[in-house]
Design a protein around this ligand. Structure first.
Ligand code: IVH
Length: 673
């Protein structure tokens, strides 16, 4: 009996780890989420009833919490050193000259390995007989903390090594949160009124040191990249490049962006290439690490107490700079949210000129206490909007005042409100010109009604001259009126009116997007239009009915119901329908011609260059169709970073999965596919 169970446990462990690998490392899942969960539960139950049969490398160990009384100490057998820095090419050449001098004579051939320097938290993983035993933080380099329970949850950390290994191996690498995850995490934190993390490194380090396992999703998303071995260099491995290959063979993420560099010139070229690609990476990097390739030469060069003499961190130019806050003003968004924005003395940060930085909300302003006249540290983390990291209080001029968001909307003077428990201060006036302008911009955007010619300048004039006081007025604009506006000639008026006319024939989904309901973008609008087919049943729907739709949670349901319950909104919807002369509801606004005619797409995960709405609009403009869920009829599944279960389903149906670059190729190619 127990033999049969043991065998079943073995099979389950092997299978689950294989599926973990397929899903996370190879991006080629074979199982649906539900089937995976079934296997997982079976293993978990068997282990619970037969604890003596639990294997030390059981995938079920990925669940479980760290000890309640803090983290135990881990003594690193081989110290985890830091690195000396090179700030520019001269420093780099000096490093190369020193290496060659110390190795005997300056003519000696030294080959280097160049790797991206990952901006995360250093960790060490100890494997005994191929099984993960301990995962520890770097700490002070000699003693770190035992964060095994948390590290096990990271999907990119193998619980056992894929191929043979020495009896004891210590793998070193960096743990970080991919930039896209980091951005989402910060957005969610701000919405909850929590302080955002300054960078992905802090977000990762914070996750690792969670004692109570609050944020399992963040732990799961942590990305571990391996780059060194402390102990356990296999016999026959004689160079750093072979170590990297060995690590990849064991199942670690190593990345394919390292290179062997024959000399200092090659190192500099590698560094420049890596710098140029900095903002395209999924993971934050802050430089390159240059290492002498041959391990015997490394040993000959030796180490100082703090850093090895055979490696150097070649830093990227700072993404952090100091500048002065010239003003702080409140900007009013589409939903009436007042965002405090710091107007900065323009400054170049990481190759981009920054002149504004969002301070997010009143709580953030209070926390950082940013004042007009302050010198502040500005940072761009990855491709994130510039942030004010902190104030240099020493440099604060006399007689500054704390900033408070205004009690009245700066645009329409309505009294602003901040609901209890919310971080956001809002202008409650739905007719506020600032909201109206933003709503008009939104209505005309490609993802909504795609009104060509409804640009910023025109919107300003329409709203300021009160020619448009509510959204639906756009559909009542006359030629005569438009001709009187600045920069509106006969041709542009004709084009605009034609485009407005076209926009009247749209789909329910685009119509819903155009209304600007909070939380209702293209994907949710598709779900709603698929579920209800027409506007009237949607108007009649209550929260419960809405929440029953997969992909619609309580927040969205609440937003939809609240929107339509507002009399003014309801009146607007009626008027929009009347003026639109009847919406061609359910007739997808699909171009019948174009390179993607007849093709059906599903989008999953976040894309780098296009927003989802843009991707969708462009596919539709090229004749393609975008649906919310994968079926056998789907032609292409476009997978971005962090794809969801749709990707697993796509693999199940053996559909063609493409990335964003390929999608753009398809959109731009004239040929049939
Ligand atoms: S090698 C003794 N390689 O940067 C060798 N470190 O500023 C030291 N780091 O403590 C580690 N990417 O946490 C190495 N490709 C890479 C790295 C890397 C990031 C971190 C590591 C180190 C710190 C030094």
């Amino acid at each position: 009996m127990s033999d049969r169970i043991r065998r079943r446990i073995d099979v389950l462990c092997r299978e689950l780890e294989r599926h973990n690998r397929l899903y996370y490392l190879e991006d080629a899942p074979e199982l649906s989420d539900a089937d995976y969960d079934r296997l997982f539960r079976e293993l978990h139950e068997l282990e619970a009833t037969h604890p003596e049969l639990r294997r030390p490398d059981s995938p079920a160990l990925r669940v479980g919490a760290p000890p309640d009384d803090g983290f135990a100490e881990v003594h690193h057998q081989v110290p985890m050193l830091s690195l000396d820095n090179a700030m520019n090419n001269e420093d780099m050449r000096a490093f190369d000259e020193r290496i060659r001098r110390e190795l005997g004579d300056e003519e000696v051939a030294v080959t280097y390995v160049g790797e991206p320097k990952l901006d995360g938290a250093g960790v060490e993983l100890i494997y005994e007989r191929g099984v993960l035993r301990v995962g520890a933080t770097r700490g002070d380099g000699r003693v770190g903390e035992d964060v095994t329970a948390n590290l096990r949850k990271s999907a990119s950390i193998p619980l056992s090594l894929k191929t043979d290994s020495p009896a004891r191996v210590s793998v070193r690498g960096e743990v970080t949160l991919p930039i896209a995850r980091f951005v989402r995490l910060n957005r969610a934190r701000l919405a909850r009124g929590q302080e955002p993390f300054a960078n992905p490194r802090n977000a990762a380090a914070g996750a690792l040191r969670q004692l109570h396992d609050h944020d399992v999703h963040r732990l799961r998303a942590l990305e571990f990249r391996a780059y060194a071995l402390g102990e356990g260099v296999p016999t026959g491995v004689t160079t750093q490049s072979e170590i990297l290959e060995q690590l990849a063979a064991w199942g670690f993420h190593v990345g394919d962006d390292w290179e062997i560099c024959a000399d200092a010139d090659a190192v500099i070229a590698f560094h420049e290439k890596t710098l140029a690609g900095r903002n395209d990476r999924a993971i934050e990097t802050d430089g390159t690490v240059i290492k002498v390739d041959r391990l015997d030469q490394q040993a000959e060069l030796g180490s100082l107490s703090r850093s090895p003499r055979w490696a150097i961190a070649f830093k990227f130019p700072a993404q952090r700079e100091h500048t002065i806050v010239e003003d702080i003003f409140a900007s009013v968004g589409r939903t009436g949210a007042l965002t405090p924005v710091a107007k900065l003395q323009p400054i170049r940060v990481g190759g981009v000129t920054v002149s504004n930085a969002s301070l997010h909300n009143q709580d953030e302003v209070d926390r950082k206490d940013v004042r007009v006249g302050d010198t502040v540290v500005i940072q761009r983390a990855g491709d994130v909007i510039p942030q004010v990291v902190n104030v240099v209080t020493k440099k604060r001029p006399k007689r500054t005042r704390r900033f408070r968001l205004p009690k009245r909307c700066p645009v329409c003077q309505s009294e602003t409100v901040r609901l209890e428990g919310e971080a956001v201060t809002r202008c409650p006036n739905l007719d506020c010109p600032a909201q109206l302008k933003n709503n008009l911009r939104h209505l005309g955007s490609r993802a909504a009604l795609d009104v060509e010619g409804l640009g910023e300048k025109l919107i300003d004039q329409l709203v300021e001259q009160r020619l448009v006081v509510r959204l639906s007025d756009v559909f009542a604009l006359s030629e005569k009126l438009l001709l009187e506006l600045e920069r509106m000639g006969a041709k542009s008026v004709e084009n605009l009116l034609a485009s407005i006319e076209r926009a009247k024939h749209t789909t329910l989904s685009r119509f819903l997007v155009a209304l600007g309901i909070q939380h209702v973008g293209g994907t949710v609008a598709d779900l709603l239009s698929e579920r209800f087919g027409d506007l009237d049943p949607l108007l009649a729907a209550d929260r419960e009915l809405l929440e029953a739709i997969e992909g619609v949670g309580p927040t969205i349901a609440e937003a939809v119901v609240t929107f339509f319950a507002d009399e003014r909104n309801a009146a607007e919807v009626t008027r929009l329908r009347e003026l639109g002369g009847g919406w061609e509801i359910q007739t997808p606004r699909v171009a019948s011609e174009g390179p993607l005619a007849g093709k059906t797409f599903v989008l999953t995960g976040s894309l780098a260059d296009l927003t989802r709405a843009e991707a969708k609009a462009r596919i539709q403009d090229s004749g393609g169709k975008v649906t919310a869920s994968v079926s056998k009829k789907t032609d292409y599944v476009v997978a971005g970073t962090d794809p969801g279960s749709k990707l697993a389903k796509a693999r199940e149906f053996k559909l063609e999965v493409i990335d964003e670059a390929r999608l753009i190729e398809l959109l731009e190619s004239p040929a049939e596919h």
